[in-house]
Ligand binder design. Structure first.
Ligand SMILES: Cc1cc2nc3c(=O)[nH]c(=O)nc-3n(C[C@H](O)[C@H](O)[C@H](O)COP(=O)(O)O)c2cc1C
Length: 290
């Protein structure tokens, strides 16, 4: 009972101040200059926000400005802030914005801490078949990113025709000039466990493991784009697998599926206007209401 008294008095004081703000704002509307009126309206909104948050017994919601940094809002599991995707950048906006960018540099629009937050969100929340959680991510930033692309170039030197190697070198230098790389692996252990547990789907689990990896790739490609990075997807596996496993302590049985290169954008997408096959050949909807 007694602990309620401070709460009730807080309600009352906020309600009185809010009422005063309403009266003040309505009377000022006839005499105050526009910018003062704006200030009054803003403080009234702040009161309303405080009042409603007090009534909900929760801390006031932080008002965020419209921002592109929203596809992976930090979940309550990683911080106390609420997911706020709808307030900032819609999922479909993020999906539409994601493109292939090769023109990348080492300027990062967000901190490494934020990059790691996004990575954690993806690993925790992207689905996997039977919740196998078979995806493993090796993320290389700074010197490690550069070293990875040196390893790729070295591996390519052995297999690229001499007359093609100059252009290959240029391409790899482009990737090395970006900010970071995410290497997407699948761990066969949880996948094989499912194969032995569910004989009916035995032949499907390896396929679904590929799908699981693809979902992680798409989520991070789109998520990093939403933070202001540009990115492109590469496949230098399996020629680099052994060297990478040795250098970064990756279990040899993990299977490398793809590499996402990301960095600051220095130019437009690789293809400005993507050619689109007619939607009528790709999308079929039946039973939709008018
Ligand atoms: C499964 C998959 C594999 C891809 N492999 C490569 C690749 O090895 N190298 C590359 O430069 N781009 C690769 N891409 C990028 C596609 O070429 C690109 O996404 C596509 O042309 C559409 O262009 P957009 O990304 O700008 O929308 C791949 C994309 C997907 C979905």
């Amino acid at each position: 009972m007694f602990p309620m008294i401070p709460l009730i008095s807080s309600y009352l004081s906020i309600a009185i101040i809010a009422l005063a703000a309403v009266i003040l704002s309505s009377s000022y509307s006839t005499i105050a200059p526009a910018h003062q009126l704006q200030d009054i309206k803003m403080s009234f909104s702040a009161f309303r926000l405080q009042l409603s948050s007090l009534l909900r017994h929760s801390s006031p919601k932080v008002l965020t400005s419209t921002s592109r940094k929203a596809f992976f809002s930090t979940s309550p599991s990683l911080s106390q802030s609420k997911p706020a995707m709808a307030e900032k950048l819609s999922f479909l906006d993020a999906v539409r914005n994601r493109r292939t960018y090769y023109a990348l540099n080492k300027d990062a629009p967000v901190s490494d801490t934020r990059i790691q937050e996004i990575l954690k969100e993806a690993v925790l929340n992207v689905p996997s078949s039977f919740n196998s959680q078979s995806a493993r991510l090796l993320v290389l930033l700074g010197k490690d990113h550069d070293e990875f692309w040196d390893i790729v170039l070295e591996a390519l030197e052995g297999v690229t025709p001499a007359d093609k190697f100059e252009s290959t070198k240029g391409r790899i230098a482009g990737f090395k000039g970006a900010y970071g790389s995410i290497l997407f692996y699948e761990d066969p252990e949880p996948v094989n466990k499912l194969v032995s547990q569910f004989a009916l789907y035995a032949d499907k689990f390896p396929v679904w493991s590929e799908h699981t990896s693809a979902m992680h790739q798409f989520a991070l490609w789109t998520g990093l784009e939403a933070e202001g990075f540009g990115a492109n997807l590469q496949h230098y596996n399996p020629i680099v697998d052994a060297k990478v496993a040795d250098r970064w302590n990756v279990p040899l049985e993990w299977s490398l599926k793809a590499q996402l290169v990301f960095g600051g954008k220095t130019g437009p997408p690789a293809v400005a206007e993507k050619a689109q096959t007619d939607l009528s050949k790709r999308l079929f909807v039946h039973g939709a209401k008018e």
